[in-house]
Design a binder for this molecule. Structure first.
Ligand code: IMP
Ligand code: MG
Length: 191
């Protein structure tokens, strides 16, 4: 029996989702991600006291992670999204952070859990935490699937972290390069 393409390291070489692009290695495979997301869901479940919990996903990168994560949280919650500007086609930060879509939901008095795919420079989150903090949430925490631990611009702790990531350009499980590879079910490092 052959394993499905892309599910584990050796098969990624033939994965048709990768546009023929060579990847350096699979950083986190599907099973590893699923186990960690399950544990994160449990951490979040026990961390929150009573009160409204709003899980705010930062689009587009968090969409896969958020969908899996909220199904592992065993308490009532609401979901909304916001959009900030991204890197465009570059693999390095351009320094531009713009709010493109602002959540409709009222934040005041609620526990806000901001869900992000990856913390790199921390610039995006630093800006968003400042903006959202002005709306008087009861609490404001960050959950990131990946954290490169090179953020010099973020002065707010990342309370929930999936994985301490290598300082490489990672794609898959929501993360893109020029909008490609978001649907790849594992996280890979580009060459
Ligand atoms: P920061 O503002 O530098 O922390 O960058 C945050 C955003 O940049 C993330 O939400 C991603 O969309 C993007 N990004 C940073 N590093 C990577 C990467 O390794 N792969 C894909 N996207 C990345
Ligand atoms: Mg991106």
């Amino acid at each position: 029996m052959t394993a499905p393409a892309g599910s584990t390291g050796p098969h990624a070489a033939n994965d048709p989702r990768l546009l023929g692009r060579a990847i350096r290695r699979i950083a986190y495979d599907e099973a590893t991600i699923a186990r960690r997301v399950h544990a994160l869901g449990e951490e979040i479940t026990v961390a929150y006291p009573d009160g409204d919990l709003l899980v705010l996903g930062l689009l587009k990168g968090s969409f896969v992670f958020l969908a899996d994560l909220v199904r592992q949280v065993r308490r009532p919650l609401h979901v909304d999204f916001l959009v900030a500007s991204s890197y465009g086609d570059a693999t390095v930060s351009s320094g531009q952070v713009r709010m493109v879509y602002d959540p409709e939901t009222k934040l005041e008095g609620k526990h806000i859990l901001l869900v992000e795919d990856i913390v790199d420079s921390g610039r995006t989150l630093q800006r968003l935490v400042a903006l959202l903090g002005e709306r008087k949430p009861r609490s404001l925490e960050i959950c990131a699937l990946l954290h490169k631990h090179i953020a010099t611009e973020l002065h707010h702790p990342v309370r929930f972290v999936g994985f301490d990531a290598p300082n490489e350009f990672l794609v898959g499980y929501g993360l893109d390069h020029a909008e490609n590879f978001r649907h790849v079910p594992y996280v890979a490092s580009l060459q």
